[in-house]
Design a binder for this molecule. Structure first.
Ligand SMILES: Cc1cc2nc3c(=O)[nH]c(=O)nc-3n(C[C@H](O)[C@H](O)[C@H](O)COP(=O)(O)OP(=O)(O)OC[C@H]3O[C@@H](n4cnc5c(N)ncnc54)[C@H](O)[C@@H]3O)c2cc1C
Length: 394
């Protein structure tokens, strides 16, 4: 890829950062680098685990389960991903599930998944841009004299994009010389939105991955669950039709369960792993009515998303940009906690930077406020019937 135009450093290679980079490149800003912590691949919360069980690799979606499309800008991205064989429609049966009640099918939802796990989405996007993987950016600084950003030991950049949230972004931007931007990145955690809160609030979610050596015979492929401990159950094997004899499921906790069992996610004590595994298996058995004794997985693994999903979003604007400091923010919590929200935010910020390069000096989103959000624990699933996907007519 040839370099062109001002340089841009994007900190975070989730969907927002990757879409932002890809659009900047289309706008001619090809001297753009995405820095991401991902050891194996970028993607952030849109990623999959490939786990060897019995000598065969099995795909588990350990965060995003499926996504929907309601925005025309995102529909174009999905068409592109479809043309690259990175996404497909998932015809799985999705239901609402409550203990002791008949499952109720969720209608009018066109569900999309990746083709080789959700991971195929960031994989395809990252092939279009320059990603510095396995890279943790610890320090950034705005130099008001030269009007450039110093990014760790990676050099100087004309623009900085913060494409992640949580404690990392709060810390990274605390003393960087852009206090207005830092103000919008301050964060707190909790399962229920504090009244009158004026800063971003994130929840934590536990995820249980499990495999069964025989079909467990549930009448659905995915379920939004009404239960104190679990909020979602999804069948990965139904999405990816793997050529194997195991059935691989993902169970995701409620926000309350996430908060109750929160520990440092990089260092989960084995006793907590055991406790969480047992609790989530019990909840799964209870809500499906299968009974704990018939739930005998041949593989289990738990994982904690400490900074899982936002409980409030910024109002009115899809991204944030401070024109005087050449710095912007994009991410799902600016629009909606889902793949569409992250992509739309990344796209919007790329457009704003493009206009700034062409001379438009306008702040975006700096004065907006955070508003409470209505969404499932695992995210939002916006729909728009007029955008039902037809692969023949992208
Ligand atoms: C358990 C769970 C289930 C979900 N289910 C769904 C679903 O079914 N459907 C749906 O649409 N959405 C779902 N979501 C929400 C969805 O995952 C997010 O909305 C979306 O992936 C957010 O993308 P993003 O780019 O804004 O942020 P992220 O994906 O968080 O990307 C940020 C990236 O920045 C990196 N980073 C952080 N700090 C640094 C640093 N200092 N230096 C370099 N890199 C850094 C991170 O490692 C990460 O890769 C789910 C989320 C969770 C946690």
């Amino acid at each position: 890829m040839t370099s062109g135009g001002p340089s841009v450093a994007i900190i975070g290679g989730g969907i927002a950062g990757l879409v932002c980079a890809a659009r900047l490149s289309q706008l001619g800003l090809t001297d753009t680098k995405v820095f991401d912590t991902g050891k194996r691949a970028p993607g952030g919360r849109c990623s999959s685990r490939f786990i060897s069980i019995g000598g065969k690799l099995h795909v588990f979606d350990h965060a995003v389960q499926f996504f929907t499309v309601s925005d025309l800008r995102f529909a174009k991205i999905v068409s592109f991903l479809h043309s690259k064989k990175a996404v497909k429609v998932w015809p799985g049966k999705i239901v609402k599930l409550k203990k002791g009640a008949e499952p109720v099918q969720v209608k009018d939802v066109q569900a999309f998944v990746g083709t080789r796990g959700m991971q195929s989405i960031p994989e395809t996007l990252s092939s279009l841009v320059h990603v510095e993987g396995n890279t943790w950016v610890n320090h950034v600084l705005w130099d008001a004299v030269v009007k450039k950003w110093k990014v760790d030991n990676h050099g100087w950049f004309d623009y900085l994009v913060v494409a992640h949230n949580g404690k990392c972004a709060d810390r990274l931007m605390a003393d960087c010389g852009a206090p207005q931007i830092h103000n919008l990145l301050r964060v707190k955690f909790g399962p229920v939105l504090s009244p009158k809160t004026d800063i971003m609030q994130l929840c934590s979610l536990w995820v249980l991955l499990m495999a069964f050596s025989k079909n467990i015979e549930l009448c659905f492929d995915g379920a939004f669950v009404e239960h104190t401990d679990i909020s979602w159950i999804g069948n990965n094997t139904s999405k990816y039709k793997a050529d194997n004899d195991l059935e691989c499921w993902t169970v995701i906790s409620t926000r309350t369960f996430g908060a109750k069992h929160k520990v440092p996610q990089e260092n989960i004590p084995p006793s907590k792993e055991k406790e969480v595994t047992n609790s989530l298996l019990n909840a799964f058995a209870e809500v499906t009515g299968l009974g704990r004794k018939s739930i005998m997985p041949c593989f289990t693994k738990v994982q904690l998303w400490g900074a899982a999903n936002p409980l409030n979003v910024l109002q009115r604007e899809d991204c944030v940009f401070q024109a005087s400091h050449n710095v912007g923010i994009c991410g799902d919590w600016l629009v909606s906690p889902c793949i569409e929200g992250a992509a739309v935010s990344g796209l919007a910020l790329a457009e704003v930077i493009g206009r700034h390069v062409r001379g438009e000096r306008r702040d975006v989103g700096l004065k907006t406020h955070l508003a409470p959000l209505e969404a499932e624990a695992i995210g939002a699933f916006p729909t728009n019937k007029s955008l039902l996907f037809n692969p023949g007519k992208p």
